[in-house]
Design a protein around this ligand. Sequence first.
Ligand SMILES: C[S@@+](CC[C@H](N)C(=O)[O-])C[C@H]1O[C@@H](n2cnc3c(N)ncnc32)[C@H](O)[C@@H]1O
Length: 216
Amino acid sequence: MIADSELELVPESIADHPAVVNYARRRGKKPEEVILEGSYHHSALRKLEDGERRGRPDIVHICLLNALESIANKEGKLRVYVHTRNDEVIYVKPETRLPRNYNRFLGLMESLFKNGVVPKDLALLRIEEKTLNELVEEIAPDEVFVMHEEGELIKPRDFGRVLAELENPLVIIGGFPHGDFRSKVEGRKVSLYREPLMAWTIVNEVLVNFESAIGV
Ligand SMILES: C[S@@+](CC[C@H](N)C(=O)[O-])C[C@H]1O[C@@H](n2cnc3c(N)ncnc32)[C@H](O)[C@@H]1O
């Protein structure tokens, strides 16, 4: 699960900011229908609480591309969930093929926030209001691991083996660029390296070492 992801529509309080209005006009959308994007809405973000960490849909994009294209996913050994800062959960069907192009990915997310499912017929992606803890309860994992740079240091290869021994483990990775989880997350805190890494690097390390441990 990618948790507390910095993926959201432009908040109402900055919907009239020129950086947002001009961007939305160029895209032929209303300001409140576009996804908040740190590099496109930089000056508007400064007016938001937590502005230094918000507007990072790129983290979700790269993590999802890596997870969905992984061998573990192709072998049917993976379920991916995206939890957002506003307590929404995106359910991702394993057969989803995401756009590689970032702007097309943003368009897909905008349509998901507007319609609740995309595409309408296949419902590959579905969004629901849900907290991280409600999702954990629903998944009912046999163990929860919270990836954290201050957790117990375990070598990626050994962590892959730990996961492989479980029936239904849940790995929670933060979908934000700085700071800590906003949600209260219960679980065994694990660090895979002595320094902070990017969320998508952790996605890769976890999956590749899990694949190797289960022998696929
Ligand atoms: C970019 S980090 C979060 C920001 C980080 N706290 C910082 O201020 O640099 C995104 C996520 O990657 C995971 N992560 C980063 N470094 C890690 C490490 N060394 N071991 C395990 N997980 C890590 C955590 O789940 C974290 O929430």
